[in-house]
Design a protein around this ligand. Structure first.
Ligand code: NI
Length: 186
């Protein structure tokens, strides 16, 4: 518990939820999940935030996150992750033929918006939701919520069976695919 207290002294910790545009289930595709993990990992290094937990569920993302500077505050971090993921995701689905069927199902003609005169396909809902953590107890219960989310959604029957959460890094199991390092709070 000492480690959480030390982290809390360094600034606000947030539980963040962000949903896909119209709750489209783009993260049923494991490649999209892997790609988002790499994107979060890249921004973790570029924007210096602490990441204590995460999970990607079909139509949303949860993070337990702590910005470490005013320059890279929570809004900036989320804007960068969501924006850069969306831009690359749109490129990627365009050039990957095997995603044709998936694309037709999820990215129909109505799924287009115009911004600055350019047509683009929105990937995320514009806003995100954040809850500031008050104490250690709340942080631990958020972490548990994150790790059990895939069970709650009936995707798996135990958190250790779900690839796209930080559960493995807390409980020592190995990952098949992308390993996104977290800053352990235990
Ligand atoms: Ni959830």
């Amino acid at each position: 518990m000492g480690r959480i207290r030390r982290y809390l002294e360094n600034g606000a910790i947030y539980f963040v939820t962000t949903n896909t545009y119209r709750r489209r289930e783009i993260f049923r595709d494991v490649n999209a999940c892997k790609f988002l993990l790499m994107c979060i990992g890249y921004h973790k290094y570029m924007l210096n935030f602490n990441l204590f937990g995460y999970t990607i569920i079909y139509d949303h993302l949860h993070l337990l996150i702590q910005p470490t500077s005013d320059k890279y505050n929570l809004s900036k971090i989320m804007q960068e992750i969501k924006g850069n993921f969306a831009r690359k995701y749109n490129e990627w689905i365009k050039i990957t033929p095997k995603n044709q069927k998936f694309r037709n199902r999820h990215l129909s003609a109505d799924y287009k918006k115009e911004m600055n005169g350019k047509i683009y396909k929105p990937v995320w809902q514009e806003r995100f939701y954040d809850v500031g953590m008050r104490d250690e107890k709340q942080i631990l219960s958020c972490l548990e919520y994150i790790h059990w989310n895939a069970v709650k959604k009936n995707i798996v029957d135990h958190p250790k069976k779900y690839e796209f959460s930080s559960y493995h890094q807390y409980y020592g199991a190995r990952r098949e695919w992308v390993q996104l390092p977290v800053d352990s709070i235990f």
